[in-house]
Ligand binder design. Structure first.
Ligand code: ADP
Ligand code: MG
Ligand code: ZN
Length: 480
C-alpha cells in the first residue's frame, strides 16, 4: 500500500466591519436584543429591493489586493436557493459564476520554510439568521429565530487545495485572520462567529495528482479545533482507505466534546441550489480608479512587515514572525528600537520578558504597563553599564508593577555611578579645586591619594563606583 497524504482546502467566511447590512440599512451591531435590527428587506418581504453596500465592496477589494488577487471589473450577484427557517427569502444572495475576485495567494513561514497557499476566489454574500434553542436542538421543545444576523455582509475566501497538514491549515488561518484584522475589514473573532472556517479534506497516494473524495468539516470555532478536527478526519480517512472502504463526499460536523467528526449529510452539489443571477441587482461594476485609490491606502501587511524587520533590523526570521503577529506588537517593537538602537536586544526583551509576562497575566500588548520608550530607556542603562543584567530584571519587575520611569528607579535605588565620563568630570573638578594636595601627591606623598578619594565620595554621596574612581584618579593625578 503506498503512503497516503492529506489534501486540504479551506473556505473562510468573514463578517465585514461595516455599519450597515449587505443590502439594507439595518445596523450590524453584535449582541442587541433579538429581531431589533431588521427591516422588510432583510426579512425578505415581497416587493422589496436590495441595494449593494459600497463599504462592503471596498472591504472585499482591500482583501483581494492584500491577497494578490485580481479584481473583476464586472461581477454578478446570484441567488442560491435553499429552504431553512433562518433564511426568510428561501435564497441567499451570493456570487457564483462571476465573483468579485480570483487567483491570489498567501505566503507564510512554517518551520523555517516558505509556504504558499493559492486563493481560488473571494466573493461577497449575505449571512443568514440564527436559530436559538433551549439547550440543545434535540432537547429543545421549540426553536426561536433571531434575524439580526440575517443580511450581514459576508466575504467568502476560498483557498486552493494546497494545504498538506493540519499545522499548515492552522497557520494559514492565523495569517489570513491577521491580514483581515490588519486591514480593518473583520474583527477576526472566531468565538462570536465573525471569522468562520469550513475545512475540505481528502487523502491520496503520495505522488498522485488526482484529488481524492473529500469531506467538508464544519463547526470548528477555534484554530485549535480546526487543527484537531483535521487530525482526526485525516486519521479516519486513512484508516478507511487502508481497510478498503469507499469514502463518500459528505459534510461532517466536528464534535469538540468527543473530539470526533460525525457525518451530517451527504454533500449537496451546486446544481441542487439552482443558482441564477439575481434579477433585482445590476452587475457590480468596479472602476479601476477606485481600485487604484484603495491600493494606495493599504497599510503595510504582515508578510511585507516581516521581511522588512529581517532586512532593516537584522533579526532572525523567527523573531520577525513573532513580532509582526499583530500591528500593535509590531508598533511596540519599532517604538522600542527607536528608544534603544539594538534591535536584537530589544527583540529578546519584548519576546521573552514582556510577552511572557503579558501572556501569564492574559493581557494584550496594548495593555502593557511598560511603555516601549521606558523599556528602551532601561535597556540604555544596561548598555551604558549603569545597571547590571541582574539589576535589569529587577528594574523590569518594578516597571511592570508600577509603570515607573527607569531613571527614577535608578535615582531612588541610589544605583552606582558607573559612567566613566561623568566620574572623570567630577574628579577633574575636584583636582582643579585642590592644587595643594595635588602638588603634595606629585611630590611623593602617597596618602594624598586617599584625600582625593574621600573628596570624590563626598561629592557623589558615596555612589561613585570605587574601582572606577581609583582608576581615573590615578590617571588624572599622574597627569594623564
Ligand atoms: P464545493 O463545490 O463542494 O464547495 P469547491 O470546488 O468549491 O467545492 O471547493 C471548496 C473547497 O474545497 C476549496 O477550498 C477547495 O480547495 C477544496 N477542495 C476541493 N476539492 C478538494 C479535495 N478533493 N480535497 C480537499 N479539498 C478540496
Ligand atoms: Mg463551496
Ligand atoms: Zn434590514
Amino acid at each position: 500500500m503506498p503512503e497516503l497524504e492529506a489534501v486540504i482546502g479551506l473556505e473562510v467566511h468573514a463578517e465585514l466591519l461595516t455599519r450597515s447590512k449587505m443590502f439594507c440599512g439595518c445596523s450590524t451591531k453584535f449582541g442587541e436584543p433579538p429581531n431589533t435590527q431588521t427591516c422588510p428587506i432583510c426579512l425578505g418581504m415581497p416587493g422589496v429591493l436590495p441595494v449593494i453596500n459600497r463599504r462592503a465592496v471596498e472591504c472585499a477589494i482591500k482583501t483581494a489586493l492584500a491577497l494578490h488577487c485580481s479584481v473583476a471589473r464586472r461581477s454578478i450577484f446570484a441567488r442560491k436557493n435553499y429552504y431553512y427557517p433562518d433564511l426568510p427569502k428561501a435564497y441567499q444572495i451570493s456570487q457564483y459564476e462571476l465573483p468579485l475576485s480570483e487567483r491570489g495567494f498567501i505566503a507564510f513561514m512554517l518551520d523555517g520554510t516558505e509556504k504558499r497557499v493559492g486563493i481560488h476566489r473571494i466573493h461577497l454574500e449575505e449571512d443568514a439568521g440564527k436559530l436559538v434553542h433551549a439547550g440543545t436542538l434535540e432537547e429543545s421543545e421549540s426553536s426561536l429565530v433571531d434575524y439580526n444576523r440575517c443580511g450581514l455582509p459576508l466575504m467568502e475566501i476560498v483557498s486552493e487545495p494546497d494545504i498538506r497538514s493540519p499545522e499548515e491549515a492552522a497557520e494559514y488561518l492565523r495569517q489570513l485572520r491577521a491580514i483581515l484584522v490588519f486591514l480593518g475589514v473583520c474583527d477576526g473573532n472566531m468565538e462570536e462567529g465573525s471569522f468562520r472556517c469550513d475545512a475540505n479534506v481528502s487523502v491520496r497516494p503520495v505522488g498522485e495528482q488526482k484529488l481524492g473524495v473529500k469531506a467538508e468539516v464544519k463547526n470548528m470555532n477555534s484554530f485549535k479545533n480546526v487543527q484537531k478536527a483535521l487530525e482526526y478526519e485525516i486519521r479516519r480517512q486513512i484508516k478507511a482507505v487502508k481497510e478498503g472502504e469507499d469514502l463518500i463526499q459528505e459534510t461532517r460536523l466536528w464534535n469538540a466534546d468527543q473530539e470526533i467528526t460525525l457525518s451530517m449529510r451527504s454533500k449537496e452539489f451546486a446544481h441542487d441550489y439552482r443558482y441564477f443571477p439575481d434579477p433585482d441587482l445590476l452587475p457590480l461594476v468596479v472602476e479601476q480608479t477606485w481600485v487604484d485609490e484603495i491600493r494606495r491606502s493599504l497599510p503595510e501587511l504582515p508578510e511585507a512587515k516581516r521581511a522588512r524587520f529581517v532586512r532593516e533590523y537584522e533579526i532572525p526570521e523567527y523573531d520577525a514572525g513573532v513580532l509582526t503577529a499583530s500591528q500593535e506588537l509590531a508598533a511596540y517593537y519599532e517604538a522600542c528600537v527607536r528608544a534603544h538602537r539594538d534591535p536584537k536586544v530589544v527583540s529578546n526583551w519584548v519576546m521573552v520578558e514582556l510577552l511572557g509576562r503579558l501572556n501569564k497575566d492574559g493581557k494584550e500588548i496594548a495593555q502593557s504597563p511598560i511603555s516601549p520608550e521606558r523599556l528602551g530607556a532601561m535597556l540604555d542603562l544596561v548598555a551604558k553599564g549603569a545597571i547590571s543584567g541582574k539589576m535589569a530584571k529587577e528594574f523590569f519587575d518594578t516597571m511592570y508593577a508600577s509603570g515607573a520611569d527607569p531613571a527614577e528607579i535608578l535615582k531612588k535605588s541610589g544605583g552606582q555611578i558607573t559612567d566613566t565620563a561623568q566620574v572623570e568630570g567630577i574628579i577633574a573638578e575636584i583636582v582643579a579645586a585642590h592644587p595643594g594636595p595635588l602638588a603634595e601627591y606629585r611630590g611623593g606623598k602617597e596618602s594624598a591619594f586617599n584625600f582625593f578619594v574621600g573628596q570624590v565620595m563626598k561629592a557623589t554621596k558615596g555612589k561613585a563606583n570605587p574601582k572606577l574612581v581609583t582608576e581615573i584618579l590615578k590617571k588624572i593625578l599622574q597627569g594623564g
